[in-house]
Design a protein around this ligand. Structure first.
Ligand code: G3I
Length: 372
């Protein structure tokens, strides 16, 4: 009996130590290590995150991700606010952050109709637009030559039906602006990977448009290395079949496939209700913001299952996929809390507002852990 009593504290100590070591094991696991050799795991960074304003968020970023995209600060309105003025203060910090942490650095974005500086939207003729594009692309790409690893050269040039969007670029230059942009970027940094980036391009019609766009760039002597499928998705759509078809179709064009802005909304979509006047009708509506405090476990599980199913496809085609980037680090910072209706509480990412890994994180991690 005495002998047993002597052993009890020892057994207790052993259990304690082994529990702790398991905790340490799972605490030290990370997305970037788990998918090492498959594809980069990236995140979009806000200005505050680039400036490392919150030490805990910063620790999480450095632990989990090995690729970064600036969520906003590299867009035209911030980096090129006036015709003769560039502002590289924040972009320099962004690139330095990536270099310091040995991360893959993605540039977002050079030519996009949105978040333009006001003077850019006012350009009316082709000569001025050509001069703008040459100056803008050459200056920015040359500045970060050899530092930025890939660029979204053109962002969102397509409508949902696959036709070209009537942007200030199309209106002044016609569709040749697309190939011009890629040629200018390649000239400024011949080694950097150049991407076309867009949303909904897993949908059949828009996918056809994107394929045409890529073929057109190539046929006219432009260098294009990859396609960025943004991946602003829903629990129900796009279907896994369309995602897989898209990976295969884009890769068949000789392109690297990147998932560049992944997030999954769990909230009702105002466009599902016919004739909805999105913002005015639904701002403050409890029906459209059903989980203001916490996400019910059943939906948490749905989100986890959806993420796992998507990552299963990514792993199946890892030879074609260069990078999977989430559009934000944690739910609290997601643009989906304010779009398409302001002030909602959404849960689209793998970490919650308290920076804790969600069920979705575990389900994605387990895809690899089970195989080890
Ligand atoms: O810069 C102003 C700041 O001065 C002001 O104090 C603040 C007050 O709200 O607004 C700031 O501008 C915001 C900007 O982000 C920078 O933070 C805009 O209101 C806000 O609308 C803007 O939203 C961004 C959006 O692009 C703009 O279109 C989102 O954060 C960003 O996540 C989102 O990202 C885009 C990708 O670049 C391209 N693909 C779609 C994706 C989601 O829309």
């Amino acid at each position: 009996m005495k002998l047993i009593n002597n052993y009890i504290p020892l057994v207790f100590l052993f259990v304690l130590v082994s529990c702790n070591s398991q905790n340490t094991k799972s605490n030290s696991a990370s997305l970037k290590d788990n998918f090492k050799g498959d594809f980069y795991i990236g995140t979009a960074l806000s200005a505050d995150q680039i400036e490392q304003k919150d030490a805990k968020v910063d620790e999480l970023i450095r632990k989990e991700f090995n690729a970064i995209t600036a969520e906003n600060i590299m867009k035209s309105m911030f980096v090129h606010p006036l015709k003769n003025k560039y502002d590289f203060a924040m972009t320099d910090k962004f690139v330095a952050y990536g270099e310091k942490n040995k991360m893959f650095i993605h540039g977002h974005t050079l030519i996009w109709h949105s978040q333009l500086a006001p003077w850019m939207s006012e350009i009316k003729d082709s000569i001025e637009m050509k001069a703008f594009m040459k100056d803008h692309i050459t200056t920015i790409v040359s500045k970060y030559k050899g530092k930025i690893n890939s660029w979204d050269v053109v962002n969102e040039a397509l409508n949902d039906d696959g036709t070209l969007r009537k942007s200030v670029f199309l209106n002044t230059l016609g569709k040749s602006y697309l190939v011009d942009a890629f040629k200018l970027a390649a000239k400024a940094d011949p080694k950097v990977d150049l991407y076309y980036n867009d949303y909904n391009i897993c949908e059949p019609k828009k996918r056809e448009g994107a394929i045409e766009l890529v073929k057109n760039i190539k046929a006219n002597g432009g260098k294009i290395d990859g396609i960025g499928i943004q991946g602003h998705w829903r629990l129900e759509s796009p279907s896994l079949e369309e995602i897989e078809k898209s990976i295969l179709a884009y890769s068949a064009l000789g392109l690297k496939v990147a998932f560049t802005e992944l997030d999954i909304t769990v909230l009702p979509n105002p466009w599902d209700l016919k004739g909805a006047d999105v913002n005015q009708k639904f701002e403050g509506s409890a029906k459209m913001n059903p989980y203001p405090k916490t996400l019910p476990d059943s939906i948490q599980t749905k989100l986890a299952d959806r993420y796992a199913a998507i990552f299963k496809i990514f792993l199946k085609h890892k030879d074609k996929i260069s990078r999977v980037t989430f559009w934000g680090v944690h739910d609290g910072q997601s643009w989906l809390n304010d779009w398409p209706i302001k002030g909602r509480t959404n849960y689209p990412l793998l970490f919650d507002t308290k920076l804790k890994p969600k069920k979705a994180y575990i389900s994605v991690m387990q895809l690899k852990e089970n195989k080890k």
